[in-house]
Design a protein around this ligand. Structure first.
Ligand SMILES: NC(=O)C1=CN([C@@H]2O[C@H](COP(=O)(O)OP(=O)(O)OC[C@H]3O[C@@H](n4cnc5c(N)ncnc54)[C@H](O)[C@@H]3O)[C@@H](O)[C@H]2O)C=CC1
Ligand SMILES: Nc1nc(O)c(N)c(N[C@@H]2O[C@H](COP(=O)(O)O)[C@@H](O)[C@H]2O)n1
Length: 535
């Protein structure tokens, strides 16, 4: 079999794998949710007069600023240079596709070279490149009468047709890539597929046409079937597409080579300090405990917070304290960027007025801002909260409309309804949930997250939320009980707050974590120790 037949096979395998990678986890989640719903109905009989739960409100996206501006924003997110490389690759693949169509037609025109086999020893007849003449003959009256003959491809025609299909598939992937968000998992997957199959195609062509040049007896295979200029043009373009572009295209993590600017951008007082390197480790350190988005099937829950050496998370009266140093704070922002959502209790939202964004990361990562979720049973969040104001601030274009999880609305008085209207007006999305006694049963959180299409959440406190996450369990896929949090990441600062500070875990601090989770890792970030616990 001719090894060029491998090209459409590569495209077919890539398409299948791509479909599994893109839709496999969703399908699994959908099926397992249906199964757990069915199980739930068996265990808890639904009362007759119970209202069926309303479907979740449609997703709120950042408002469009017009096609041109949205497009420029997307290009800036990906990086102008990286995007230009992608665009250049699209043009090259388009040219390769056109040349393959041309080669198919050449192979289809017997006037040019007859059956490929006939030319095997003498090479392609360069004088016969009047393709239009050849086509005219091929598509003549006699030929049209016999429709069947039109599809009567010889091997060489099938080979070129397969190559055309291969490039058409690559062209579709290149075009999709141009429109995808920076850092999205689907962008990473498609990019990997493109790199891999184009490189494999290059290997096949190199074996056919370059390897013979190193021998004394062999002739480049494709020169036997097509004009030499066509063979060498295709090989050169493919070399640029499959080898030069992937080698030269800037990668996102390159920016980490300039850590000093990232760290100092936020603080004047750091100017005279010696350069520090450890923050470079943050994404790699965290990736050991926080799975990649595309590999998540069940929602991943990370519980995280900072504490003083004496186990306090805030000062007297709940006063917010900057416990994390700049290195561990940067690590926390990396952690935020690695989750779909970030969740806090309304106590923290009211007390700290947090922004919950990734502002310490380089520009290219700003689009990785997680979805803010506030557990706010009575809708106490202020409509002027910073996370709502950010929606109307030009300097924070990636701010996401916060979701407020509140109790079901039927018994609500006029005041709460007014607050709801004001919060919605300010950009919040209100999600109602059963909260008997004003508390949501947190063991149902994975189910709720699945229904909201959230694959991972970083829970950032405060005290009451931390306490609940340390003791709540839920069912895993096999029905076994397991801790709700998949991992607990604690930044321990080398300072004491004193007895008046806000404690967690009934005052036991790290001991409370250790009773359920095993300490598995400790890493220094600047002056702070970051401890990781898993069940
Ligand atoms: N050092 C750190 O890393 C952090 C420190 N903090 C500190 O924590 C303090 C705030 O802690 P808290 O007052 O305990 O507030 P919190 O943030 O834990 O929120 C408590 C409120 O959330 C709601 N809530 C709690 N559990 C719920 C449930 N299961 N279902 C529905 N709603 C629920 C209730 O309304 C409750 O009053 C602040 O002083 C803040 O500075 C907060 C976050 C991180
Ligand atoms: N990692 C960490 N270190 C500290 O020292 C902290 N005080 C906190 N607090 C959490 O971060 C929120 C503030 O977020 P923004 O900086 O405004 O984005 C605060 O509400 C706490 O959840 N965390």
């Amino acid at each position: 079999m001719d090894c060029l037949f491998l090209l459409p096979i590569f495209a077919g395998i890539s398409l299948l794998v791509l479909l599994v990678q893109c839709f496999g986890p969703q399908t699994y989640r959908f099926v397992s949710q249906k199964i757990s719903n069915m199980r739930g109905y068996e265990a808890v009989p639904v009362e007759d007069d119970e209202e069926p739960e309303a479907p979740p409100a449609p997703k709120t996206y950042m408002p469009s600023e017009g096609l041109a501006k949205d497009f420029m924003k997307r290009v800036r997110d990906v990086g102008v240079v990286a995007w230009t490389f992608d665009f250049f690759r699209l043009l090259l693949v388009m040219t390769l596709l056109a040349l393959s169509i041309y080669a198919t037609v050449v192979a289809h025109a017997p006037a040019l070279h007859g059956h490929p086999g006939e030319n095997q020893n003498k090479g392609f007849d360069e004088s016969g490149t009047d393709i239009f003449e050849a086509l005219r003959k091929k598509g003549g009256k006699k030929h049209r009468k016999n429709r069947k003959a039109k599809f009567d491809f010889v091997t060489q025609e099938w080979i070129e047709f397969g190559t055309t299909v291969f490039y058409a598939y690559n062209l579709v992937l290149c075009a999709i890539l141009l429109g995808l968000k920076a850092g999205s998992s689907i962008r990473k997957i498609i990019s990997l597929h493109l790199h891999l199959i184009l490189f494999l195609a290059w290997l096949v062509f190199a074996y056919r046409d370059l390897y013979p040049l190193l021998t004394r007896k062999l002739t480049p295979v494709d020169v036997l079937h097509a004009p030499a200029w066509l063979t060498w043009t295709r090989l050169s373009l493919l070399t640029v597409t499959a080898a030069v572009i992937p080698a030269l295209q800037p990668r996102r993590y390159f920016e980490l080579l300039a850590p000093r600017s990232i760290i100092n951008s936020n603080s004047q007082s750091d100017q005279n300090e010696a350069p520090v390197q450890p923050q470079n480790r943050a994404p790699w350190f965290l990736s050991r405990f926080i799975p990649e988005r595309e590999s998540r099937i069940e929602p991943h829950i990370t519980l995280t917070f900072a504490q003083s050496a004496d186990g306090k998370i805030a000062g007297p009266g709940g006063k917010q304290v900057a416990l994390s140093g700049k290195e561990s704070m940067l690590m926390t922002h990396w952690m935020r960027s690695m989750h779909d959502a970030i969740m806090i209790g309304i106590g923290t939202a009211a007390n700290d007025d947090p922004r919950l964004n990734v502002r310490l990361l380089p520009q290219a990562y700003q689009s990785e801002t997680p979805q803010p979720i506030v557990l706010d049973p009575q809708l106490r969040l202020s409509p002027t909260a910073r996370m709502l104001q950010a929606l109307h601030d030009e300097t924070t274009p990636h701010a996401k409309n916060p979701w407020l999880l509140c109790q079901k609305i039927q018994d609500w008085d006029q005041d709460i309804r007014k607050r709801k209207a004001a919060l919605e007006q300010a950009g919040a999305r209100i999600i109602e949930h059963d909260m008997p006694g004003g508390r949501m049963d947190l063991s149902l959180l994975p189910t709720l997250l699945r229904s909201l299409n959230v694959r991972s959440v970083m829970v950032e406190g405060g005290a009451s939320i931390i306490d609940q996450f340390l003791v709540t369990t839920c069912n895993d896929e096999t029905g076994q009980q397991r801790p709700l949090a998949d991992c607990v990441i604690v930044t321990v600062a080398p300072s004491n707050i004193g007895d008046e500070g806000v404690a967690y875990g009934a005052g036991k601090g790290l001991q409370a974590i250790k009773s359920t989770f095993k300490g598995i890792y400790a890493e220094r970030f600047g002056q702070d120790s970051v401890l990781v616990f898993q069940p």
